[in-house]
Ligand binder design. Structure first.
Ligand code: ZN
Length: 162
């Protein structure tokens, strides 16, 4: 079975930047599961997964523009600390990535300066502007259920629970 539209794919991965610094990996947790062909993943990742076989291990580079986008300059904002979705007594530090409540739901921002009542943040995605170097192992491929196809996402291990 191959990775194609309407398959639920599970994979393990590690993600590094162009300098070889590891940014994320799925070691020690469930593999990531997603429904292929439904824009559940960044476009570049869906593209490199296409037609991969069960058990296949491969490396692929996804350019920033096909990943989390290029960095947008002028994306600094001053926001009240109370708008951050962090525990009340959290110690905020420069460089931390924190969720913030917006009209469009939670999004992650990076703290660039901490004040008494406000923080200055960069609203670029933390992975914006980074060419993404993936090492991937495809650990499961199965047909999506009719329910998953109508919801547009995978259910079960590594997927959505509701
Ligand atoms: Zn669902």
């Amino acid at each position: 079975m191959k990775v194609e539209a309407n398959k639920v794919v599970q994979f393990h991965y590690s993600l590094s930047d162009s300098d070889g610094n590891e940014l994320e990996n799925s070691k020690g947790s469930d593999p990531t599961a997603y429904l292929h062909g439904h824009k559940n993943m960044i476009p570049g990742l869906e593209k490199v997964m296409e037609n991969r076989e069960l058990g296949e291990r491969f490396s692929a580079v996804v350019a920033a523009k096909d990943g989390y986008g290029e960095r947008v300059e002028g994306s600094e904002q001053r926001i009240p600390i109370k708008h951050l979705m962090v525990p009340k007594k959290a110690r905020l530090k420069t460089g931390m990535t924190v969720p913030v409540q917006t009209d469009n739901g939670a999004r992650h921002v990076t703290i660039i300066k901490v004040g008494k009542f406000n923080v200055d943040v960069d609203t670029n995605h933390p992975l914006a502007g980074i060419d993404l170097h993936y090492d991937i192992e495809v650990v499961d491929i199965r047909d999506a259920s009719a329910e998953e196809q109508s919801h547009g996402h995978a259910h079960g291990v590594g997927g959505h629970h509701h």
